[in-house]
Design a protein around this ligand. Structure first.
Ligand code: SF4
Length: 705
């Protein structure tokens, strides 16, 4: 490896902070990590980014394929492992049909891996059953954006644009904790008093609104949509709508007006817990910032707190409707966008690992797109299977009489990250074959029949697509441990053993070129992107439909991606969480992240500095609620939902509502929050309702007595 610094990006979240990795031969860690000036992070990183090199050398790094023999995972050669997998897959397919094999991908995989995985499922396996953990992360925002704008590009504008706005409304995203470097983009709006934050907890992001920097409103969990419907009601009532924009750029306005008419602020107050006066103040602040009212611009940004709901798609639609009423989307200096979570949450859903999509964000049922992709793959269009099912449905069908009997998992730790996780564990146990590719023995990997050790972040080449739709290069700076292979190589070897009709390259650059060709003419058109352009420093936001196209940092400036170019407004109404509080479960549980941990924690729980910062799960609880149940700070408390029982230490805090408790979801074991979260899903997106469920609380010693 060269010893010069290598420009790449952080392995974790969708901000994809620029990093510089310098190889350090002979040292404990193979690279040193420095922040790099990049538009999203401007040199900054959070603790996860600074410590990211630690994961390269964790003591339990997987370095050999393993097969379960006599109940024990046993080291074997690559040939034995791959021959065994191919043999088992062919037998299962012969006995039960192609759909007896399923694939589960991840939002952290590079674009190349996500593309190869989708192709592998449809071509080498011939199964329709592929989905990925991005379904848990972004699917409601994607579905709502698709149905209104005809396209989902995450943020349709560079993050740096936020600096010039007079107001930014953030719902359900604790960015100061999950993406600290993003906060610098809010400095301008805070200086103008325009940061508006909706969250049941007084989080670190809420504190950014203090001292006149903005407004924090702490709503009842599961009522973000009520807040948004009421804001639109007030804006209509007070004549603050951008009527010219509505007439020129939207359809469906009348139905939306009718739908919010019943959400007058006093009625909304009774449901969402925010006073009518405060709702009115928020509406006026946001409207005053919009260009039609003479403001410098306004943005509405949504996160998982709003989206991970059994009506998440409708909740996002209510945010989009509000943005459209104020004339924000498709206008420089204003807009709507979801804040993508996972590292390649955006690219991961564009290139074919989603159950209903082919590369280029193409519908798998569109005959034109099927024919195009089939030509690139060199297969008959009719041989490409139809749509599969979303992640929660897929996981619950595993091992069922008509469900898949084998599962290949790439980049996902489902027994910690999926909702109702104990039920997922039971489904995995019913399989005839579970194959997991991972870098560490995650809680899911240790259940596998075969584990394949793979390269990670600093050891591989590829591309990612960040939360702004910006395509970026991941570059190799470290030599992987001996015995470890790339997932591209694994897929290519398995495809050969399965006598796949189409070949699979193990070279990331070649795979990207094929991906770009397959995406040509699709919504997410990468056909003008090459490694050479990215390596020359071009900042390319998709679509990039030609080699001389400069990319599209701002989308929808002329028109939306709909047949008539207008946004399709969708009237929606609030229904409330599937799992509401009741006498037997009187408290809301909301879940989220802490700064030092990432998703299921498979990587970050192995980094000593991050573990020291947050060693274990906890239950954040208001002192008044704690008093009701006789709970003191540090007591072990038992949370019980319809799905299970977990235990963690109480952490008393006045930062949370008195009807709500909060738990981070990064841990396995007795304090694993997703063992009790709800697997009720949104009917449009299939996204599970992680963010709110009803629980009972008790002191552990009382339960044990
Ligand atoms: S985890 Fe996210 S915010 Fe933190 S350094 Fe990595 S990319 Fe940046």
């Amino acid at each position: 490896m060269p010893l010069e610094p290598v420009s790449t990006h952080c392995p974790y979240c969708a901000l994809q902070c620029g990093q510089s990795l310098t190889p350090t031969p002979g040292e404990r860690l193979p690279v040193t990590v420095a922040g790099r000036d990049f538009p999203t992070n401007k040199g900054g990183m959070c603790a996860k980014g600074w410590t990211s090199a630690e994961v390269l050398t964790v003591p339990d790094r997987l370095v050999s394929p393993q097969i379960r023999i006599g109940g024990e995972l046993t080291d074997v050669s690559w040939d034995i492992a791959l021959d065994h997998i191919a043999d088992r897959l062919m037998t299962i397919r012969k006995d039960h049909g192609a759909d007896a094999v399923a694939v589960f991908g991840g939002g952290g995989l590079t674009n190349e891996k996500a593309y190869a995985l989708g192709k592998f499922a449809r071509v080498a396996l011939g199964t329709r059953f592929i989905d990925y953990n991005g379904r848990f992360c972004m699917s409601s925002a994607a579905a709502a954006s698709n149905r209104t704008f005809g396209m989902d590009r995450g943020l349709g504008f560079p993050l740096a644009d936020l600096a010039g706005a007079d107001a930014v409304l953030i719902l359900g995203s604790n960015v100061a904790v999950t993406m600290p470097p993003l906060v610098q983009h809010l400095a301008g709006v805070r200086s103008r008093g325009g940061l508006i934050y909706v969250d049941p907890r007084a989080t670190a992001t809420a504190r950014l609104t203090s001292d006149g920097a903005g407004i924090h409103v702490a709503n009842v969990p599961g009522t973000d949509m009520v807040v948004l419907l009421a804001l639109l009601h007030i804006i209509i009532d007070e004549g603050l709508v951008d009527t010219e924009y509505i007439a020129a750029r939207t359809n469906g306005w009348e139905a939306v007006v009718a739908s919010v008419s019943r959400w007058w602020p006093e009625r909304a107050e009774a449901v969402c817990g925010i006073s009518a006066t405060e709702l009115t103040r928020v509406a006026r602040t946001l409207a005053a910032a919009s260009p039609s009212q003479g403001g410098a611009g306004a943005y509405i940004l949504t996160g998982r707190g709003l989206e991970q709901s059994s009506q998440g798609t409708d909740a996002v639609s209510s945010a989009i409707n509000l943005a459209l009423a104020l004339g924000l989307p498709g206008r420089r200096g204003s807009g709507y966008g979801p804040i993508t979570g996972q590292g390649n949450g955006q690219g991961g859903r564009e290139h074919g690992q989603k159950s209903d999509q082919l590369p280029g964000y193409s519908s798998i049922t569109d005959p034109v797109r099927r024919a195009h992709v089939a030509k690139v793959w060199g297969v008959d269009p009719d041989s490409i299977p139809g749509p599969g099912v979303p992640a929660v449905e897929l996981l619950s069908s595993l091992g069922a009489p008509d469900g898949p009997r084998a599962l290949l998992v790439h980049g996902s730790n489902v027994v910690v990250s999926a909702p109702n996780a104990d039920a997922v564990r039971e489904s995995l146990a019913k399989l005839d074959l579970l194959v997991v590719c991972d870098v560490v023995p995650s809680e899911t990997a240790v259940l596998a029949d075969v584990i394949l050790p793979v390269t990670q972040w600093a050891e591989e080449e590829g591309t990612m697509t960040n939360l702004e739709g910006r395509i970026i290069r991941r570059r190799q700076a470290a030599t992987p441990p001996q015995g470890v292979r790339t997932e591209l190589w694994i897929l290519s070897e398995l495809a050969r053993r399965l006598s796949s009709e189409s070949t699979f390259s193990d070279d990331a650059r070649e795979v990207f070129a094929e991906l770009a060709a397959a995406s040509a003419g699709g919504i997410a058109d990468y056909s003008g992107v090459t490694y050479a352009r990215l390596d020359a420093g071009e900042q390319l936001h998709w679509p990039v439909p030609a080699a001389d196209h400069p990319g599209t940092p701002h989308v929808f400036l002329e028109s939306f991606n709909t047949p008539d170019g207008k946004a399709r407004m969708i009237a929606v109404d609030h229904r409330g969480p599937a799992d509401d509080v009741r006498a037997a479960a009187p408290v809301f549980l909301v879940t989220g992240r802490v700064l030092s941990q990432y998703q299921s924690g498979a990587q970050t729980r192995r980094v000593p500095e991050l573990v020291a910062a947050d060693p274990e799960p906890y239950v954040e609880i208001h002192p008044l609620l704690a008093e009701r149940f006789g709970i003191a700070d540090g007591n072990r408390v038992v949370l019980t939902s319809e799905r299970g029982v977990i235990t963690a230490a109480a952490r008393l805090s006045t930062d949370i509502r008195t009807d709500t408790v909060f738990m981070p979801f990064h841990w396995a074991g007795e304090g694993s929050a997703n063992r009790i979260t709800s697997d009720a899903t949104d009917p449009v997106s299939g996204m599970p309702e992680y963010k709110v469920c009803a629980v009972s609380i008790a002191l552990e010693q009382e339960v044990m007595a």
